[in-house]
Ligand binder design. Structure first.
Ligand code: LLP
Length: 429
């Protein structure tokens, strides 16, 4: 992406910083996040909301893509909100001083402890997933003398992952209330009369890494249809519409995402025209981009160790990380681009398998990856690793989680320390 460059030493740069120097200074494996890319992506979303939806919206960064206190501070500084999905993400936001009124609390199976803490912290919305959660929340809120604002997570029946999104199979999801069984309507009917929760909005999320805008438009239509039904049958006006996240990013040359602006423009137009047609007032719009904010901002730096050429089969280039810091290839077969950072100006003349160091054959970063000739001691940068890498990392094989470094305007700073060996045994008795 265009935040990457090559300097006069032929080294890859990110945010104006030499990645080979970053590897020397902080060690590898290393997560590097470009702060300007994060900020620019957030701005593209909220500026588009201002332009095409009269500013009647909030952008909530989905913490699950990448959460640490510094990230929360940056999102807060941009004036945006957060989607959190566990007590850990909630606590991280709270400890970072995040304005809790702009936090939406998700989860398909929240514990009572989580619900209590969300109320205590005063989160903006709790996104209620199922009827037993509604009942538990009501009881807890009554105990605490609170009236939390809620949204209901709805299954809009859009499957964005089939080629032309079909309206089947939607009932088979662990998330949210189904529309067509009447389950969602019954929940709304009940919530409207609850004393200890205020029904504020409806939420849906149709999937992740989606390139097509049409399924988002379709989901918005379905949701507005339901809002209109609620108004007509119950005389109750839903104020907020949360359309979730899911906007795809470019991992390799095969991916061709639309600009965020186009998405907001088209979805805003559909929401406005549907509200007109149905005679309902424009809801406040919420979106929850995760990958599209954090993904393109990140790269992971590794040091090359072994190189194994298996004649006529493949060449393995092994690095000092792998599935423990990036489980996405072994989980989803996700593809990434990689560059030898200290040979960035050379041709990517080979196709190799980048392997990790875990005791498991499937521990790969990718196969058939175009790469410069990589040898022991070289630094490899894997691109667009900012989302669902650090947040999904593990200590498999008792590896220490890498540090996270932010770069900005030619400067670098550490925001999450590398785990130490004592961190590895810290909780052992
Ligand atoms: N809102 C809700 C309710 C979600 O469930 C998700 C993602 C998001 C927002 C953010 O979606 P995004 O804009 O990042 O696509 N681990 C997988 C991705 C799982 C996404 C789960 N939900 C991966 O590495 O590809």
């Amino acid at each position: 992406s265009d935040n990457l460059g090559i300097n006069s030493d032929g080294n890859l740069t990110v945010g104006g910083v030499d990645t080979v120097k970053l590897a020397e200074k902080y060690g590898t494996p290393l997560y590097v996040m470009d702060e300007q890319v994060i900020r620019n992506s957030l701005r593209q979303f909220h500026d588009s909301m201002n332009q095409y939806y009269s500013g009647n919206g909030e952008v909530h960064f989905a913490s699950k893509a990448f959460s640490c206190m510094e990230m929360c501070r940056i999102v807060a500084d941009e004036g945006d909100g957060l989607d959190v999905v566990s007590i850990g993400e909630l606590y991280t936001a709270y400890k970072a001083g995040f304005p809790m009124g702009k936090v939406g609390f998700h989860g398909n199976n929240k514990t009572n402890e989580e619900l209590r803490l969300a109320i205590e912290y005063g989160v903006g919305h709790i996104i209620v997933d199922n009827i037993s959660e509604l009942h538990r929340l009501e009881a807890i809120a009554a105990e605490m003398n609170a009236v939390p604002h809620i949204m209901f997570r709805i299954k809009p029946g859009i499957d964005a992952h089939t080629h032309d999104f079909v309206k089947t199979g939607q009932i088979d999801s662990k998330f949210g209330f189904a529309l067509e069984t009447g389950e969602a309507f019954e929940a709304v009917k009940e919530a409207v009369n609850c004393k200890n929760v205020k029904l504020y909005g409806l939420h849906c999320h149709i999937g992740s890494q989606i390139f097509d805008i049409a399924p988002f438009e379709e989901a918005a239509k379905v949701m507005l249809g339901f809002i209109s039904e609620i108004k007509n049958k119950l005389g109750f006006e839903i104020e907020g519409l949360n359309l979730g996240g899911g906007f795809g990013i470019k991992y390799t040359g095969k991916d061709d995402p639309s600009p965020f602006e186009t998405y907001i423009k088209r979805v805003s137009a559909v929401v406005k025209s549907e509200c007109d047609r149905l005679g309902i007032k424009l809801p406040k719009m919420f979106i929850e981009p995760g990958r599209s904010i954090a993904g393109p901002a990140g790269i992971t730096l590794y040091t090359v160790g072994a190189r194994k050429e298996i004649p006529n089969i493949r060449t393995y280039v092994s690095v000092d990380g792998g599935m423990a810091d990036n489980p996405r290839y072994i989980l989803y077969g996700s593809e990434y681009d990689a560059i030898v950072a200290n040979k960035a100006s050379e041709e990517r003349s080979e196709k190799v398998t980048i392997a990790g160091k875990c005791c498991e054959s499937g521990d790969l970063i990718g196969e058939n990856m175009p790469l410069q000739h990589a040898e022991s001691g070289d630094i490899i940068a894997v691109c667009a690793t900012g989302a669902y890498n650090y947040s999904m990392s593990s200590n498999y094989n008792r590896l220490q989680k890498p540090a996270v470094v932010f770069v900005n305007n030619g400067q670098s700073r550490i925001v999450v320390k590398r785990e130490t060996l004592d961190d590895i045994i810290k909780k052992d008795i």
